[in-house]
Design a protein. Structure first.
Length: 404
């Protein structure tokens, strides 16, 4: 429980209650005979307790100290990178989206993701991850109004392209985690009945508006409560992790960059899911501890990524033949945030003509900075292999204990 220290507090956070409900399969659903008897009869669904009335979160002194240290590191990293060139901010946001998706077993290479951002829909996972980046951007943009409508907007940004029938709507069906595909019987966790979702979200909304809790502790509790409510048919994990960033921005802990906290969680997903289970049993300590440790791992990994990108950019300085201030140099800076480009993108981002864009791209190809990826002359796309390698290395470190 918690960090296992002798001074760990006894749980006094409210645990889940449950209720028995009748199970009625969907009219269109046909269940195999081997499953029919097993999936019949009533089931039990969670009743999430209200968390707004709780004056404080019961935590040991060591976990509070850990959360304070982690928050300090997040703020320091935000200040470090926030003063750097803008593409790093874009790259950190994308890296966080990738890591959050990987927790849901959605993986794709940095190259595939960059191509998907340019409209290539041939790789489904990459397309879904790009949608997650859009949801992260929406979460940060909505940080000034943390309410149910903002959560719906985040979810809409996430699923609009893949599941428009679900996007931005509270679920109206029972969902469950684990178990069979046929019913909630035997599931690892059964969230509340859909009729309870609006009230539970309203309670969470009030909790999000509190200004008397340390931001990282508040973010951990809000995330765990959101995952317990599980208000959507799909996309709950990714939306819930986007909510963490929205709250950190709203409370002023981050001001300019997205700290890749999901990358820290990815290093030990077993402990992360166990912490969510402990929270539902009335012990908030493990989820606060897990998010705090993830913040340290995220900062370490983020710093390593930024350092690698700096090294890549410095290495280009001697190779690019263009004069300083030329468009080729501006494209080089663009590549740190957008490692796959084409002429229309360069024209749009730099505000230059098509001939100027092509000339700049050709100079970078000659310098070995860019490599042709696909397409014919007019629609040709080019990648920066060194940047893509740095991003893939970041992803590998994310799944490794010990950060870097």
């Amino acid at each position: 429980m918690g960090n296992g220290s002798a001074e760990a507090v006894a749980p006094s956070w409210p645990s889940l209650d449950s209720e028995e409900l009748p199970w009625v399969p969907a009219s269109w659903q046909t269940v195999p005979k081997s499953q029919a008897r097993r999936q019949a009869g009533p089931y039990r669904a969670a009743i999430p307790p209200d968390i707004t009335p709780r004056a404080d979160v019961p935590l040991s002194a060591s976990t509070r100290s850990l959360a304070t240290e982690a928050a300090t590191e997040i703020a320091r990293f935000d200040a470090e990178v926030g003063g750097d060139i803008a593409p790093f901010m874009t790259m950190l946001l994308r890296s966080e989206s990738v890591a959050s998706s990987r927790i849901e077993n959605l993986t794709a290479s940095a190259k595939a993701i960059a191509l998907a951002e340019l409209g290539d829909t041939s790789r489904q996972n990459a397309t879904v991850i790009v949608a997650n980046t859009t949801a992260m951007k929406a979460a940060i943009a909505l940080a000034d109004r943390l309410d149910g409508a903002a959560i719906l907007a985040m979810h809409s940004a996430l699923l609009a392209s893949t599941h428009p029938e679900w996007a931005g709507k509270w679920r109206d069906v029972q969902n469950w985690v684990g178990g069979s595909d046929w019913s909630p019987h035997g599931a690892l966790f059964v969230p509340p009945h859909p009729a309870r979702v609006p009230a539970a979200i309203a309670d969470l909304e009030t909790f999000l508006s509190r200004d008397d809790l340390p931001p990282l502790i508040q973010a951990a509790i809000a995330h765990a409560q959101f995952e317990t409510i599980h208000p959507f048919p799909d996309g709950n994990g990714r939306t819930g992790r986007a909510l963490v960033h929205s709250l950190l921005r709203a409370k002023g802990l981050t001001r300019q960059v997205t700290v890749p906290v999901s990358a820290g969680l990815l290093a030990d997903t077993g402990t992360y899911f166990a912490a969510l289970t402990a929270y539902r049993d009335g012990d908030p300590e493990p989820i606060v501890e897990r998010l705090s440790n993830a913040a340290f791992a995220a900062v370490n990994n983020g710093r390593a990524l930024v350092a690698e990108l700096h090294a890549v950019r410095d290495g280009w300085s001697a190779a690019i033949p263009a004069r300083r201030g030329a468009s080729a140099w501006r494209v080089a800076d663009l590549l740190l945030g957008q490692p796959v480009v084409d002429s229309p993108l360069v024209q749009h981002e730099l505000g230059i003509t098509a001939p100027a864009a092509l000339r700049a791209i050709e100079q970078l190809v000659e310098a070995g900075v860019l490599t042709k990826v696909s397409g014919r002359q007019r629609y040709r796309r080019y990648s920066a292999p060194e940047v893509l390698a740095a991003l893939d290395a970041f992803a590998v470190r994310s799944g490794r204990r010990g950060g870097t």
